[in-house]
Write a protein that binds this ligand. Structure first.
Ligand SMILES: *Cc1c(COP(=O)(O)O)cnc(C)c1O
Length: 380
């Protein structure tokens, strides 16, 4: 059950994000323990949640940082992540972002196109530096997840396609300020079917053979993130099955002597520790359902509107007999709806509503649409 004490929250302004630091620490400890069995390196994907207490916990667990913007690199460095534990991906790194990351001497740029390699070479030369890079390869593996969070198909904008690799290697010969240290993959997010990751391992093994045939030694293999969480039964599955996840990579990846394996987990580490708490403003009778109108909307948590994603919704204030509700926000968009035809205890104005599993891609995606204020945050 959610560990929040409703009585203590009566004076807390709503809506607010509440983060359970005990759940966060349990999750990180499990991930650290299971990855540690195989000496796997975990980099936390900051884009899931970049709050200071979350980053402190990640750093204390010994994780590195996976960044997709210059400001994320900056946030990681300022929080105390050592630069040699920072990786930087993204299809559209700006010159300013690249220059900043070069100045900081980060561990690795995950490069997504030939054009980016040329620009990186130029900028690194100008700073008299060598940029360590991994080629982000698009392995054409289907992640079996929502199409907006699928990134590893040839039709997606991410990564370098297999048929371009030969010409990328030729190009690298001409780029003296770039040092190839590995290959990188990230095929999507909220992946719950683990066979997707064994398909990824098969592709990684094929790419490894391809590079070996060309006498290229890769020191680092980065398999990205994407491990999903249970949005339907958060209490039963607060901590993802890291044993199965890391064990699978250990079983299926064919590593060369001395190779280091890297992961970039975001959602799996932070989703379950976060809850969006909102107050019911109004109840409105519909035809076959009632509307429970909350003071939180898509401006606080956009995932349902953006990816049609499910979040478990609980009424923390009522244990009356159940009725049917569409739970909606106040924003002027019909997609501003957290759940349709849900059975909830009879709900009234002033009740506190918990929207669970909101620790990842929640607060970080908040917007000021309708000139909304930023939600408050508590840690417990
Ligand atoms: C978003 C992202 C991740 C993290 O994905 P999760 O599904 O949250 O684990 C990892 N690597 C890259 C390159 C990403 O863009």
């Amino acid at each position: 059950m959610l560990n929040l004490k409703v009585e203590e929250l009566q004076n807390q302004a709503t809506p607010f994000y509440a983060y359970d630091l005990t759940v966060l620490h349990q999750t990180l400890e499990a991930a650290r323990h299971e990855a540690g069995k195989y000496n796997f390196h975990v980099h936390y994907a900051l884009k899931a949640n970049a709050n200071a207490p979350v980053l402190d916990a990640m750093r204390s667990a010994g994780f590195g940082a996976d960044c997709v913007s210059g400001n994320e690199v900056k946030r990681a460095i300022e929080n105390g992540f050592p630069a040699h534990h920072v990786v930087f991906a993204g299809v559209g790194k700006s010159d300013a972002e690249i220059n900043y990351a070069l100045e900081q001497d980060i561990f690795c740029f995950n490069c997504e196109s030939s054009h980016e390699l040329e620009v990186l070479n130029e900028l690194a030369s100008a700073q008299n530096k060598t940029a360590r890079i991994a080629l982000r390869i698009n392995p054409n593996v289907n992640a079996n997840t929502h199409k907006y969070i699928t990134t590893g198909l040839e039709e997606n904008k991410f990564g370098i396609n297999a048929w371009e690799l030969e010409s990328v290697l030729e190009l690298l010969q001409k780029l003296p300020a770039i040092q190839l240290i590995g290959i990188h993959f990230h095929i999507g997010s909220q992946i719950t079917d683990l066979s997707v990751f064994s398909n990824l391992c098969t592709r990684v093994n094929e790419f490894q053979d391809w590079f070996e045939a060309r006498k290229i030694v890769l020191e680092h293999i980065n398999v990205g993130g994407g491990l999903g969480v249970d949005y339907y039964n958060p209490d039963q599955n607060l901590v993802p099955d890291f044993a199965a996840y890391f064990g699978l990579f250990n079983q299926f990846l064919k590593l060369r002597p001395g190779q280091q394996v890297h992961f970039e987990l975001g959602r799996a580490l932070v989703a379950q520790c976060g809850t969006l708490v909102s107050k019911v403003l109004y109840i409105k009778k519909g035809i076959s359902t009632n509307f429970a109108i909350l003071d939180a909307g898509m401006t606080e948590l956009i995932r349902p509107a953006l990816y049609q994603s499910y979040h478990k919704i609980e009424n923390l204030s009522s244990n009356l007999p159940e009725e049917r509700y569409d739970v909606v926000g106040p924003i002027c968009e019909s997609s501003d709806c957290f759940g349709k035809a849900l059975m909830l205890p009879e709900t009234n104005r002033g009740d506190l509503i918990a929207i669970r599993t909101a620790g990842a891609y929640g607060e970080v995606m908040a917007s000021g649409y309708n000139l909304r204020e930023k939600a408050e945050v508590i840690y417990y």
